[in-house]
Design a protein around this ligand. Structure first.
Ligand SMILES: *Cc1c(COP(=O)(O)O)cnc(C)c1O
Length: 361
């Protein structure tokens, strides 16, 4: 069976091998007589699934032992509230806005703390890196979205806050590029990621938080969202999203078989390189993002005339190239080429784009 190539920004395609394994284990996980969905989250079977998932995740991302790994719920948007509830102490927080997601985080945080806009690329339509950062001397943390899923702007390197004159911990929303490149933990205080882009099904949120940052939640923080409570209970304070954790665990094992994060990074460079090179030399399609911060995961592009968009999308669907429509706030097209997208999928997309340009150019 050959499946279409799915370019959805999220929930996004999962590796076929993972889906096949989940299907094979659906009714009876490892002779337990139960589907993973039917197991007690405190039972021996599920505990082994959870522990293996955390072990593999820590290994894949080289997470230092002084970081908690939390399996939470609520997605990236809930973290926009949960992070300030836990880390801000109601004080000053710096935000760097590079696209829709960091703008949303900034807006939500204002409900819980003195959120301050330290830098923004709004003037160039969220296509470049903000050059001047004005960090608050006493910020509780600095928030950055390291890959803007909608605008296609990605930090190629994590900011070095110390070099910028700030001692505040860096908080990164890495939802849409986690596990596609290594994370320099020496620069990070907290990282969060909704699972549905590059890790597994929607419903699971990964949080990595330095131990010393935990235990300072505001009184109004719900217990189930207090990192201290979640950490002390090994993400089992309330029933965790068990099936999503199991699926993420299968993805982690798949990633290890593919050469881990280093393997994924090499593949991402090749896939994104192929697509951007074609767009830039096509004389037909355009990507407006500064080359220094183009996302390897989310590639927005435009046809010369929006009137052709529907025809482009229909032709793509006919060729098994799905979900290429751009986000409504940006328009045009967007190809999300996460870890599960094989090189052959990007080659098929470029082949179709060439054919379409020749017909309409
Ligand atoms: C998708 C996404 C989110 C939102 O995730 P939800 O699970 O819908 O809350 C937040 N940040 C980034 C960078 C995303 O790509």
């Amino acid at each position: 069976m050959t499946r279409p190539y799915n370019f959805s920004a999220g929930p996004a395609a999962l590796p076929q091998e993972v889906l096949e394994q989940a299907a094979a284990e659906m009714l009876d996980w490892h002779g337990s007589g139960m589907s993973v969905m039917e197991m007690s989250h405190r039972g021996r079977e599920f505990m082994s699934i959870r522990d293996q998932a955390e072990t593999d995740l820590r290994e894949l991302l080289a997470v230092p032992s002084h970081f908690h790994v939390l399996f939470m719920q609520g997605g990236g948007l809930a973290e926009n509230a949960i992070v300030p509830l836990n880390l801000s102490r109601g004080g000053n927080v710096d935000f760097v806005v590079t696209g829709s997601w960091s703008a949303k985080s900034f807006k939500e945080a204002r409900r819980y703390c003195n959120a301050h806009l330290a830098a923004s690329n709004e003037a160039d339509g969220h296509t470049g890196m903000p050059d001047r950062w004005q960090l608050n001397g006493n910020a509780a943390y600095v928030h950055v979205c390291t890959n803007e899923t909608i605008h296609g702007v990605e930090f190629q390197e994590l900011p070095d806050l110390k070099a910028l004159g700030s001692d505040a911990p860096l908080v990164i929303d890495c939802s849409s590029h986690i596990a596609s490149r290594p994370i320099d933990w020496s620069r990070v205080g907290l990282a969060f990621a909704g699972a549905q882009k590059n890790i597994g099904p929607a419903g699971l949120t990964l949080v990595f938080v330095r131990e010393d940052l935990v235990g300072h939640a505001l009184g109004v923080c719900p217990s189930a969202f207090d990192y201290k409570t979640v950490a002390e209970n090994h993400s089992m304070y309330n029933t965790p999203p068990t099936y999503a954790i199991y699926m993420a665990g299968l993805v982690f094992q798949w990633l290890k078989r593919q050469g881990g994060v280093a393997g994924m990074e090499a593949r991402s460079i090749e896939k994104a390189g192929l697509l951007y090179d074609y767009i830039d030399t096509s004389g037909y399609y355009v990507n407006k993002v500064d080359k220094r911060c183009r996302s390897r995961m989310n590639v927005p592009f435009f046809l010369p005339d929006d009137a052709l968009n529907d025809s482009f999308l229909a032709g793509a669907r006919d060729r098994g190239l799905l979900q290429l429509k751009g986000h409504k706030s940006v328009g045009g097209m967007r190809a999300s080429i996460y870890n599960a997208m094989p090189l052959a999928g990007v080659q098929a997309l470029v082949g179709y784009m060439r054919e379409f340009a020749a017909r309409h150019g």
